[in-house]
Design a protein around this ligand. Structure first.
Ligand SMILES: O=C(O)CCC(=O)C(=O)O
Ligand SMILES: [Fe+2]
Length: 236
């Protein structure tokens, strides 16, 4: 869902719009044409902070103090190559419900955000039948361990009843998961999954439910891409 807003919209109103979208059960929302990318740096961060605080408490990145607003650029986002489908913080007992990317500068080429609602994935695996349907049954019943530092969880990768996912290959020990995670990756990266492909312009924000969607990012080609990631623990 893409909504074009008026350029002078205050951050409180943006927070209220995002909150309303999630209350209506939307998995993700793309808001376009916001003023934050044209502001002085301090005003940009204040704008984003105010908008997101309307949704709940902002969480830290990797527990680092002061990291509620986390700059993703060519240095901090792992690299410019494809980032496979995943959910954020799967090693936490309660991963953040809301993740957002506030785009300051787009890459010249690539850098699309791919958003895959879990319900679409469930339906798609089910429709394929055969091998994919067997995989789905295992994904919904076999616990897989995600570990990061001292944090660790053992849960199923998909929950069919709740329509949620918890999955990032980065945090799964391949020795321990009977290759279930790898089989899911093969399906997700096979390019036929029903994902939305979104290219953010400067001043756009993408906000998604990190429990009910998986996200990925296509490769990009230049080093000027910049966006700010903000996560929220819970809707208040
Ligand atoms: O670099 C990006 O665009 C997004 C990376 C990502 O998935 C994340 O930071 O959670
Ligand atoms: Fe992510």
């Amino acid at each position: 869902m893409r909504l074009e807003l008026r350029q002078n919209i205050p951050p409180e109103a943006v927070g209220a719009i995002i909150e309303e979208q999630f209350r209506e059960g939307r998995n993700f929302v793309h808001l376009a044409n916001l003023p934050f990318a044209d502001m002085a740096e301090l005003d940009t961060t204040a704008y984003i902070r105010t908008a997101m605080t309307a949704l709940g408490d902002l969480t830290l990145s990797n527990g680092q103090p002061g990291s509620e607003l986390w700059l993703l650029d060519s240095m901090t986002s792992p690299n410019a190559s494809h980032i496979p489908f995943h959910t954020d913080s799967p090693f936490l007992t309660r991963p953040e419900k809301i993740v957002s990317f506030w785009n300051l500068r787009s890459s010249v080429e690539g850098g699309h955000n791919l958003i895959l609602p879990v319900n679409n994935l469930l339906e798609w695996l089910h429709e394929q039948g055969g091998e994919q349907r067997d995989l789905l049954a295992e994904l919904a019943t076999e616990p897989v361990t995600h570990t990061f530092g001292s944090e660790s969880t053992s849960e199923t990768l998909l929950d069919e009843v709740a329509g949620t996912a918890r999955y990032d290959m980065k945090y799964i020990d391949p020795q321990n998961n009977k290759n279930l995670a790898g089989r899911l990756a093969t399906q997700l990266e096979g390019s036929r999954v029903p994902a939305s492909r979104i290219k953010l312009a400067p001043g756009d924000v993408l906000v998604f439910n990190n429990l009910t969607t998986l996200h990925a990012r296509s490769p990009y080609r230049d080093s000027s891409r910049q966006s700010i990631r903000v996560r929220v623990a819970e809707l208040t």
